[in-house]
Design a binder for this molecule. Structure first.
Ligand code: C2E
Ligand code: MG
Ligand code: MG
Length: 705
């Protein structure tokens, strides 16, 4: 024998024979076969020995007495440890009565006299093995936490097999066997019966799940074929697994904060809705809701207040949806109940199914706005949160869920750009626009990488003398394939995408370098004005960028002016004020561009360190035609004089405009009347020309003197 093979103890056989010689013969045969033996001569000793040694098999001779072999067999069987032991009783040949008796009192087998010594050990060995398998099986059944029934093809329970452990795990301790049957899917459950028949027909196990209503217990029943007519129904309590599954599902598909469906679940439901809408030729709407200025609340008051606010918003939106039900806008059942979801951050989305009229959608959008109108109270603070809503309609605004969401999203952007707290429908024109936008965005990125941008410089002159006082740097984009793309077209996109920050940084450096170049001209350096977008102000690096550009170019700060719009002054007052003061103290001039078109809160003219205001060219344009425009220009000039501010009029094209501005005390003008924006080379040439002209003039003056 291999030393590694585990030693299995040899089976032990108790030989209870009265006759010592017979006993010896049998023991010798069994020993030779490899079985261990133990002997006794009477019934009582046999039972005692059994209790003491727990043999695997017992051989009882019909000669033993006190008690006899039948009584001994009965006693052993009655023991807990003896119910599965192989017990053989030796009988006289053809003693039918003795055979009957032996079996009826629990004998495993009967051995007739004369005993065949060659067969005997094999029969004993087989019986021991079978008894062991049976005991394993019973142990197994006892140990598994399932209820096992034998069931016929009509689902009727024929027998129950499971042990006490199953009732324990199934939390059914208190139940009787009869009521345990309740845990087996009912006999008149058609689905269960169909599974049973399928198991019988195919021979393959079938799985069936059902819930015990009221108890909240989930059960899984496996039907496994047992024979031609019956199956085993193995019932398992899967309540825990189900609740774990539900938890995983919740984590994957619901937003933890608001408990609303998340983007994933919404997207899935959107695809389903599209399928149904296509089939039923129905329309539906997607409302994309974004909270205005939520980020500011979150940043300034902290995330816990932000979170609380989002929860409250979700709650109000949910009531909105419920309110729509009462207007008979009940969602198509098949479309699922998902009509409100949180996509992330401060973005929510609502799906309205089966709506014919755009007016109805619009009405619900206004209802959302109304629902969010009353101030929210969090931790003693009161906030007003307004939404911007973009609406996309199926089928016209998108064929897939993704397209619809994108359309609704860009409609939302339009709502935001047109004053917030409102809603906008997406339309086909918007789609082409947004495609164009996307296209431009990519082109801008390439332009930055490939340095396609140029700066042109528009001269600013003194209104009285016509003397050059400075230049405004204006971006030009001569696209290699598309030709010139105007700043009005690409700057808004550069701003939306944040690309204005790197572009603006480049403009600052380029303009400062140009001043350095001009300083070599015959008339020396000329101050330059650079347009700064409000986005650059939001980016904290602006002040460093400005100082970096100045020192790298090696020019004095007094040669740089920054043009900002009124919106900059409104954005984050304290931060802006600090930044502007730092710039101002360094010697940089500040001017307000497009004055009069923005919010025109005059108080900031006093509060911020402004040097110059630039009257927007829309007022200058119709000066001589529109009395209002003339009045506005006159008023701005008068006010500027009072405040001691310098004024530049933009877009001056005619003598009439020039005369008017001059007579009202405008200091400087900028416009086609003097020059359009010039390339750097053209501008330098102009400087040379001016120097030459003034030299000639000087010469003339000297000559006439
Ligand atoms: P802006 O700063 O108000 O610039 C003045 C605009 O008026 C320029 O348009 C200029 O070419 C135009 N203009 C000047 N004189 C006349 C005139 O007599 N008649 C007419 N019809 N137009 C005149 P441009 O170059 O197309 O720039 C448009 C806007 O793009 C600028 O308005 C400015 O807001 C923005 N922009 C241009 N360059 C930059 C830049 O480098 N950075 C930033 N952030 N914005 C820039
Ligand atoms: Mg400007
Ligand atoms: Mg302007």
């Amino acid at each position: 024998m291999d030393a590694n093979t585990p030693k299995v103890p040899k089976p032990l056989v108790l030989v209870a024979f009265e006759d010592a010689k017979r006993r010896q013969v049998v023991c010798d045969v069994l020993d030779q076969f490899g079985l261990c033996t133990l002997t006794t001569a009477d019934g009582k000793a046999a039972v005692d020995q059994f209790l003491k040694f727990l043999p695997d098999a017992v051989l009882l001779d019909d000669q033993i007495q006190a008690p006899d072999e039948i009584a001994a067999c009965k006693s052993i069987r009655a023991l807990d440890t003896g119910c599965e032991t192989a017990i053989f009783i030796v009988t006289e040949r053809d003693d039918k009565q003795a055979v009957e008796r032996a079996f009826s009192f629990g004998a495993t087998d009967v051995i007739e006299q004369p005993i065949s010594l060659s067969v005997l050990p094999h029969r004993i060995q087989n019986a021991i093995e079978m008894a062991r398998s049976l005991s394993d099986l019973t142990g197994l059944i006892r140990a598994i936490p399932d209820l096992i029934f034998v069931v016929n093809e009509n689902g009727e329970v024929q027998d129950g097999l499971s042990g006490p452990d199953a009732t324990h795990t199934l939390q059914l301790k208190a139940l009787t066997t009869a009521s345990k049957i309740n845990f087996y899917p009912c006999e008149n459950d058609d689905r269960a019966i169909a599974c049973i028949r399928r198991a019988l027909e195919t021979g393959k196990p079938q799985v069936y799940e059902h819930v015990l209503e009221g108890l909240g217990i989930h059960l899984e029943t496996r039907f496994v074929t047992r024979d031609k007519n019956t199956v085993l129904a193995i019932v398992r309590d899967i309540t825990e697994r189900k609740s774990a599954e539900a938890e995983i599902y919740n984590l994957a598909y619901f937003d933890v904060l608001t408990e609303l469906p998340n983007r994933e679940l919404f997207s899935q439901s959107l695809e389903r809705t599209i399928k149904i809408a296509k089939r039923d030729k129905q329309k539906f709407a997607v409302l994309f809701i974004d909270l205005d200025r939520f980020k500011r609340i979150n940043d300034t008051l902290g995330h816990s207040i932000g979170d609380k606010l989002l929860k409250d918003v979700a709650r109000r939106l949910a009531t909105c949806i419920r309110a729509t039900d009462s207007v008979a806008l009940v969602d198509h059942v098949e479309c699922g109940a998902i009509r409100l979801a949180r996509l992330g951050g401060d973005e929510f989305v609502i799906k309205l199914y089966g709506i014919e009229a755009e007016e109805t959608v619009a009405m619900i959008a206004s209802r959302v706005i109304q629902a969010l109108t009353p101030p929210f109270t969090c931790a003693g603070h009161q906030f007003v949160v307004t939404p911007s809503i973009g609406i996309a309609l199926y089928p016209q605004d998108g064929q897939t869920g993704e397209e619809l969401l994108m359309s609704a999203d860009s409609a939302m952007y339009r709502a935001k750009n047109t004053g917030r707290n409102n809603y906008k429908f997406y339309s086909e024109t918007m789609r082409t626009k947004s495609l164009h936008r996307l296209d431009l965005e990519n082109l801008i990125r390439t332009a930055i990488e490939e340095e396609q941008f140029e700066l042109h410089y528009q001269p600013k002159v003194d209104a009285e003398s016509g003397r050059l006082v400075g230049a405004e740097a204006l971006l030009r984009w001569p696209h290699p394939e598309r030709g010139a793309i105007g700043p009005d077209e690409f700057i808004p996109i550069a701003e939306e995408t944040g690309l204005i920050v790197p572009i603006g940084r480049w403009v600052l450096r380029e303009a400062c370098n140009q001043v350095k170049v001009w300083s070599t001209s015959p008339i020396g350096a000329v101050p330059v004005s650079v347009n700064i977008s409000s986005h650059q102000f939001r980016d904290s690096g602006l002040v460093e960028d400005v100082f970096g550009a100045l020192s790298d170019a090696g020019i004095d700060a007094s040669f740089l002016e920054l043009e900002i719009t009124e919106s900059v002054l409104l954005q984050d007052e304290t931060r802006t004020l600090v930044a502007l003061n730092v710039l101002k103290e360094a010697g940089i001039s500040l001017s307000i561009d497009d004055f009069g078109t923005g919010y025109s809160s005059l108080s900031y003219l006093k509060r911020f360190p402004i040097d110059t205001i630039k009257i927007d060219r829309s007022f200058v344009k119709d000066l001589h035609k529109e009395a209002d425009d003339a009045a506005i220009c006159a008023a701005i000039l008068a006010m500027a004089q009072q405040l001691g501010l310098n004024v530049v009029a933009e877009g001056v094209e005619t003598m009439q405009q020039l005369e008017f501005l001059r007579s009202h005390g405008c200091n400087h003008i900028q416009g086609f009347i003097f020059s359009k924006a010039l390339s750097a080379t053209e501008f330098y040439a102009m400087l040379v020309k001016i120097a030459k002209e003034s030299a000639e003039q000087l010469e003339k003056n000297l000559a006439t003197a």
